[in-house]
Design a protein around this ligand. Structure first.
Ligand code: ADP
Ligand code: MG
Length: 355
C-alpha cells in the first residue's frame, strides 16, 4: 500500500506500547476494522525538545522515499503525517523479534548468522548505499559530540581523572585536550565530509532488525526486515563506514556488554591496581552468561568481509574515530560502570584514530 500523506493519523486504539522514548512513542495500534499497525508518533508539547520531531520527520521521509525495490527490506509504510503531530504507521510484523534477541537467545547457529550477514551486506552495500547529495553534517556532529563528552568528564568528580595522560588496556593515551586538538587538525576528520556520501541506514544495529522468532526453514535468515533508520543525531547519509561501525559495535557484543554492564573494569576504585597510577583496564566479561550468544556465534566478520569486497580496506583511523564518536555520544547520557567503560573506550579509540 503506498504511503498516504495525511494531516493527522487515522483513528486507532493503542493495543500495546512498544517503546516510550524521549520524543516519540512507538505502539501497536488497532484500526476500526480490527487490523493492527505499528504507530510511531511525536509527543508534541510533552517532548523534551524540537530535535526529536525533526528526526521523526526525517525518518518518515526516508521510508516514504524508498525505491520500490527496497520496500520489502523495511517494514511496509502505510501512512505519514506532519501537522499537529508528526509520525508514521507501518505494518506490524507479528511473530517477529529483533535480531538482538535472536543473538542473545542463540536461536541461530553459525551458518544462519552468516547467511543473515550475507543477505544484509548484499542489500545494504549494493542497494541501500546509493550515492547521496545531502549536505554533509557528520564532521560538525563528531566535533560537537566530542566537545560535550569532554565537558562531561571535566565536570564529573569520578571521571575527571581520565582527562590527563593515562593508559587504557596498555595503550598510552595522550591528554584529552591534545587528542581533540590533533583530531580537529587532522585529515581523518575532514575525510568524513570530503569522501563521497551514501544513503545510510544510520542506526544499523541488531535491535533495529527484525526476523521471525521461530524457524521458518532454510530461508529464515533472509526474512530480515529493517526498522528505525536515521540515528538520534539525524544522520541518514554519510561515509559508508558509519553503518559498518555501528553494526560492529553491537554485533561484537561490545554494546550489549556496556549497556548491561557485563564488564571487567579496573583502575577506578583502586587507582593503582598494578602499582602504577593512571592505568585503566576495561573488557567485555566473556564469562558472563548473558554474553554467551556473542561468544559462541560470530555475528560480525562476514559483514566486514562484504564491506571490504564492496568498498576496499577499512580505513582504521576513520573507523576508530567513529567508535570514539559513538562512545562520546553515550558518555554524556549514561552513568556508573557503563559511563566509565564508554569513557575509556572513547579515550582509547581517539588515540588509535591518531596513529
Ligand atoms: N513494525 C514492527 N513490527 C513489530 N515490532 C516492531 C515494529 N517496529 C518496532 N517494533 C518493536 O518495537 C521496538 C522499538 O521500535 P523502534 O522503531 O526501534 O523504536 P526506537 O526508535 O524507540 O528504537 C523495536 O525494537 C521492535 O522490538
Ligand atoms: Mg530502535
Amino acid at each position: 500500500m503506498p504511503a498516504s500523506h495525511l494531516p493527522s493519523p487515522c483513528s486507532a486504539q493503542e493495543v500495546q506500547l512498544l517503546r516510550d522514548g524521549y520524543w516519540d512513542r512507538t505502539a501497536i495500534v488497532a484500526l476500526d476494522d480490527g487490523s493492527k499497525r505499528v504507530r510511531k508518533i511525536s509527543k508534541g508539547d510533552l517532548s523534551a525538545g524540537p530535535w526529536g520531531r525533526d528526526n521523526l520527520r526525517a525518518e518518515a521521509n526516508y521510508l516514504a522515499t524508498l525505491e520500490s525495490h527496497l520496500q520489502d527490506f523495511f517494514a511496509p509504510l502505510f501512512a505519514t503525517w506532519d501537522e499537529a503531530t508528526t509520525g508514521y504507521d507501518m505494518g506490524y510484523m507479528d511473530g517477529y523479534v529483533d535480531v538482538g534477541q535472536i543473538a542473545r537467545q542463540q536461536l541461530f547457529n553459525q551458518d544462519q548468522a552468516e547467511a543473515m550477514q550475507g543477505y544484509l551486506g548484499l542489500r545494504l552495500f549494493q542497494q541501500l548505499h546509493t550515492s547521496s547529495t545531502a549536505k554533509p553534517i557528520l564532521v560538525e556532529n563528531i566535533k560537537s559530540t566530542l566537545k560535550k563528552a569532554q565537558l562531561c568528564l571535566q565536570e564529573h568528580a569520578q571521571l575527571n581523572c581520565l582527562l590527563g595522560q593515562i593508559q587504557v588496556n596498555d595503550l598510552a593515551v595522550a591528554p584529552l585536550q591534545d587528542q581533540l586538538q590533533a583530531i580537529y587538525n587532522s585529515q581523518v576528520l575532514a575525510n568524513f565530509d570530503t569522501s563521497p556520501q551514501v544513503r545510510l541506514h544510520g542506526d544499523l544495529f541488531l535491535e533495529n532488525m527484525l526476523l521471525p522468532a521461530n524457524d521458518t526453514g532454510a530461508d529464515w535468515p533472509h526474512k530480515l526486515i529493517l526498522i528505525d533508520p536515521i540515528s538520534v543525531a539525524g544522520i541518514g547519509a554519510g561515509h559508508p563506514l558509519f553503518d559498518l561501525g555501528k553494526y560492529e559495535s553491537y554485533a561484537t557484543g561490545e554494546l550489549p556488554a556496556m549497556r548491561q554492564q557485563r564488564l571487567v573494569l579496573q583502575g577506578f576504585d583502586e587507582p593503582s591496581f598494578d602499582g602504577t597510577a593512571n592505568r585503566y583496564h576495561w573488557a567485555i566479561d566473556w564469562h558472563d552468561d548473558a554474553m554467551q550468544g556473542f561468544k559462541n556465534i560470530n555475528w560480525h566478520s562476514r559483514m566486514r568481509e562484504l564491506y571490504i569486497q564492496h568498498y576496499g580496506p577499512v580505513d582504521t583511523a576513520m573507523y576508530e574515530l567513529l567508535q570514539a564518536y559513538f562512545a562520546a555520544a553515550m558518555v554524556v547520557c549514561t552513568q556508573g560502570r557503563e559511563q566509565q567503560a564508554r569513557a575509556l573506550k572513547m579515550r582509547a579509540s581517539l588515540q588509535l584514530a591518531l596513529r
